[in-house]
Design a protein. Structure first.
Length: 343
């Protein structure tokens, strides 16, 4: 069937422009927030998020720990919104991520974190949202309106804003340079041909997504997008965990995508991808270090911590095509709406 240009497709193609807009207009807020973190010198950080935003938080957890040596943990929003508990967070930093800034549980947890002594930072695409009002600092994502239910450019701009914040805090010039180059890199990433994954999926309705380190967050986001846009049952695993039980499901032709950045985990992930391929799976990996697995064309970004952002851009372009090839409109997934307000 002919490919119909969906709203999701248009928003994926807009990702480089949206990132450039963030780079042009978001610097002052990010530098002020980075200065505040540096002054706080936190012993630890927490994140508050759900859905795609929580996958951004997972990416930033690994980045914060690798870049600054500061541990970061996810806090369940229900601790504040349902259980009405107060955590002791003196001297910490709380990063709340929500593209709409409207979910009551994320807002409640941000209020709780601030009351508990944390420096609170909100990353949102609406600087006038309740979440922005609850936080000490707001980082406007500058992604522009996102109409498709599936988050794409807001996910990418959240990841870019977060890694830029960490780079400024750490005063890492090489990472800052890689971030400035992202719009051009993302243009190329979106143009990568991953149609072989679509072909391998065929009529199958299950897939594994794998990652390690910061790329594990991309695996999580990819699995979510397969479910919400394609109605494909997808599970995400760390490549360190998949051989501890989940691999038993693998049969001949079982599809797997392994997401690897050009970092210290790349070789280990490639080895696991090859091991699963030798068990009969059809495995694709974003690394040339594989022997029994199909290597996907990949845009590297000049820094291992920004590589995962290019990976998700390539994936978004592909998964939208999988959805439409199955006759599914990814703009209006069944049972879903754009803003989910949980309590």
């Amino acid at each position: 069937m002919p490919h119909v240009e969906t709203q999701m497709r248009r928003e994926v193609l807009e990702i480089p422009v949206a990132v450039q807009r963030l780079l042009d207009h978001g610097g002052d807020d990010i530098r002020r927030a980075a200065d505040a973190i540096r002054e706080r010198n936190p012993a630890f950080m927490i994140s508050v998020a759900r859905g795609s935003s929580d996958h951004v938080a997972t990416y930033l957890k690994y980045a914060a720990e690798l870049l600054t040596g500061t541990p970061m943990a996810s806090v369940g929003p229900s601790i504040a919104s349902i259980y009405k508990r107060q955590l002791t967070l003196t001297g910490s930093v709380c990063l709340s991520v929500s593209q709409s800034g409207k979910s009551p549980d994320i807002v409640d947890t941000t209020h709780m974190a601030r009351a508990g002594g944390a420096l609170t930072l909100a990353m949102t695409n609406d600087p006038n949202s309740p979440l922005a009002a609850a936080a000490d600092h707001t980082l406007n994502l500058h992604a522009g309106p996102e109409l498709s239910v599936a988050a794409t450019k807001t996910f990418v701009n959240s990841a870019v804003a977060g890694i830029w914040l960490l780079a400024e805090w750490a005063e890492d010039k090489s990472l800052c340079a890689a971030i400035r180059d992202l719009p051009e890199r993302l243009e190329r990433a979106i143009a990568m041909d991953w149609s072989m994954v679509q072909t391998a999926l065929g009529h199958r309705n299950s897939i594994y997504c794998l990652g390690r380190g910061p790329a594990y967050a991309i695996s999580n986001e990819a699995a979510l997008k397969f479910k919400e846009t394609c109605q494909i049952h997808a599970e995400s695993y760390s490549s360190a965990e998949v051989l501890h039980g989940p691999v038993s499901i693998v049969d001949s032709g079982f599809p797997v995508i392994a997401f690897a950045a050009a970092d210290e985990a790349e070789t280990a992930l490639a080895d696991v991808a090859d091991a699963i391929a030798q068990k009969g799976a059809t495995v694709f990996a974003t690394t040339p270090q594989v022997r029994h697995t199909t290597s996907l064309p990949t845009e590297r970004t000049g820094h291992s911590l920004t590589d995962p952002i290019a990976l998700i851009a390539s994936f978004y372009a592909m998964v939208e095509q999988v959805a439409t090839s199955r006759g599914i409109d990814p703009d209006t997934p069944r049972h879903l709406k754009k803003v989910t307000e949980t309590r």
